[in-house]
Design a protein around this ligand. Structure first.
Ligand SMILES: Nc1ncnc2c1ncn2[C@@H]1O[C@H](COP(=O)(O)OP(=O)(O)OP(=O)(O)O)[C@@H](O)[C@H]1O
Ligand SMILES: [Mg+2]
Length: 499
């Protein structure tokens, strides 16, 4: 790709960008949220058209009118958001692009047996004999869904495979599976473009690293010869500070949230914990440990399945519905933006004000100007990269959408803010901004509960941290605990989940 340019609504998102990848090479593509990574690979794979520049495959200039044309040329994209069909089987998903057909009565019919056989062979070749090709995809774990997506991409003989943050929703162990697949792709001389915010991963699996900043090339490195500092400096345009080195804290007040014997059958077992005003409590656990349940249980999203006692500022509260949690002053930022009711077709402003729309009513009408004013304040406060409050949510980069999710709960009636995986898919620069903002919010008296599978994050930002394993608290630590200490407190046992 050479001289690539792209604008949306008159705003340049890519200018004169270059990217090249050789057969059998893994090219990492790095850059802050909104730098233009997804846009660049969408141009490569026929999702978007370019305004300027040339794309060549094997030296031949190409113009892909749509993703099908790119697929036909062996150029495939694994998009940032998982895109499997939940109600179809594994085999159907894998064969989606090119279903094997046989002659039917007058018209071609999908050949189920051939389809299942091909899919089985592919999954076996990738080392996933355990995935049943007849299972409905919605019954699979997120990691398995990713594997199905990859198998689908490989079903059509990919020559160039683009992976846009493939490990964002995976545990470290699951990510290793993806790396294994990438290794075998390299051996088959596939050219891989790998987008990730995790420097560890990038240094582990890439041959070269291309950095984008503000829609322009900002550095090209040979991985073996590059340092993290150099790469970070290219991404951020300055030498990165320590992510977790900021002032504040040490002013914990009264208990805002107190739980005793909090249980959800099969998922959480007698959780006793407290979060005080002014403090950040971090809960670390691997996926499946209960971190994906704890926040929901407190917020009320699980309904009456939740057992035990919960106090909010000393008064008993039954988390029977999410509405109850909100009314009692609990804000909740879910790990999965889709689940959380972020609506892609609405504007940034509409998404921001959604949970508390009644606050903007003056007389009989919703005050649009009050909403706009608030939206602008939040955009400013969290450094959200957007053209303004009226930009359509779907067109924000992934990390900036996450910031919108946080912003919508920053109102005074919220006393406890619960965040699941607050920086998943968020780049290093924005991550630090979010941490500092959480610290500032706590220092202003908010109680903050962070649930995360990122051990460094929990160790780095928490005044106190807890470790969950198999639904139980297996470790309690004070500020300053090391990531390795938290990690040592947990053991990963995928067998748990049975109930
Ligand atoms: N369809 C669109 N309409 C308008 N603006 C868009 C559209 N798609 C992307 N943009 C804008 O282009 C810029 C680059 O977005 P892009 O998604 O490529 O970033 P990214 O580098 O992938 O970020 P992230 O790491 O957060 O995923 C952003 O400012 C985004 O708001
Ligand atoms: Mg992106």
């Amino acid at each position: 790709m050479r001289g690539i340019g792209k604008s949306f609504g008159g705003v340049a998102v890519l200018s004169d960008v270059e990217l090249a990848v050789a057969p059998g090479e893994v090219m990492a593509l790095l850059g802050s949220n909104g730098a233009g990574k997804s846009t660049l690979v969408k141009i490569l794979t026929g999702v978007y058209t370019r305004d300027a520049g040339t794309v060549k495959v094997d030296g031949e200039p190409v113009v892909f009118a749509d993703p099908r044309a790119a697929v036909a040329a062996g150029v495939r994209l694994l998009p940032q958001e998982i895109s499997v069909m939940g109600d179809m089987t594994v085999a159907e998903n894998i064969s989606l692009a090119d279903l094997p057909t046989r002659a039917g009565p007058g018209f071609p019919m999908v050949d189920d047996r051939a389809m299942n056989k091909q899919s089985r062979a592919l999954l076996d070749q990738l080392g996933f004999a355990s995935i049943d090709v007849n299972a409905l995809v919605k019954r699979l774990s997120v990691a398995e869904q990713r594997i199905v997506e990859i198998a689908r991409a490989l079903a059509g003989q990919a020559r160039v495979l683009v992976m846009d943050e493939p490990t964002a929703a995976l545990t470290e162990q699951e990510a290793k599976l993806i790396f294994r697949i990438i290794q075998s792709l390299k051996e088959q001389q596939v050219a891989v473009i790998y987008i990730s915010h995790y420097l560890n991963e990038v240094f582990e699996i890439s041959d070269r690293i291309a950095v984008l900043r503000d829609g322009r090339n900002a550095g090209l490195f040979t991985t073996a010869a590059a340092s993290r500092g150099e790469v970070l400096a290219a991404m951020l345009g300055r030498v990165a500070d320590d992510l977790y080195d900021f002032a504040g804290g040490g002013n914990a007040g009264e208990e805002v949230l107190t739980t005793s014997g909090l249980s959800v059958p099969g998922k959480l077992d007698t959780i006793d914990m407290a979060v005080r005003s002014g403090e950040i409590v971090g809960v670390f656990g691997l996926i499946g440990s209960g971190i994906e349940t704890l926040g929901r249980a407190v917020y009320g999203a699980l309904g009456p399945a939740t057992r035990g006692t919960i106090l909010m500022t000393g008064t008993a509260y039954r988390p029977e519905s999410a509405g109850r949690g909100k009314a009692r002053g609990i804000g909740f930022v879910a790990a999965d933006r889709k689940q959380e009711g972020i609506i892609g077709d609405l504007t940034v402003r509409e998404n921001m004000v959604a949970p508390f729309q009644d606050r903007y009513v003056q007389g009989l009408f919703v005050s649009r100007s009050a909403e706009t004013e608030q939206a602008k304040r939040w955009i400013d406060l969290l450094g959200i990269r957007t053209r303004g409050p009226e930009q359509t949510m779907r067109t924000l980069s992934g990390g900036n959408q996450q910031k919108v999710c946080v912003s919508r709960w920053l109102v005074d009636s919220v006393k406890l803010l619960i965040l699941e995986e607050p920086t998943r898919g968020v780049d290093v620069g924005a991550r630090r901004e979010i941490y500092m903002e959480l610290r500032a919010l706590a220092d202003r008296g908010l109680a903050v509960l962070v649930l995360s599978s990122d051990v460094e994050e929990v160790a780095g930002i928490s005044d106190r941290s807890l470790v969950l394993d198999r639904g139980r608290i297996v470790g309690r630590f004070d500020k300053g605990a090391l990531p390795a200490e938290l990690m040592a407190a947990t053991t990963n046992d995928p067998a748990f989940n049975a109930a």
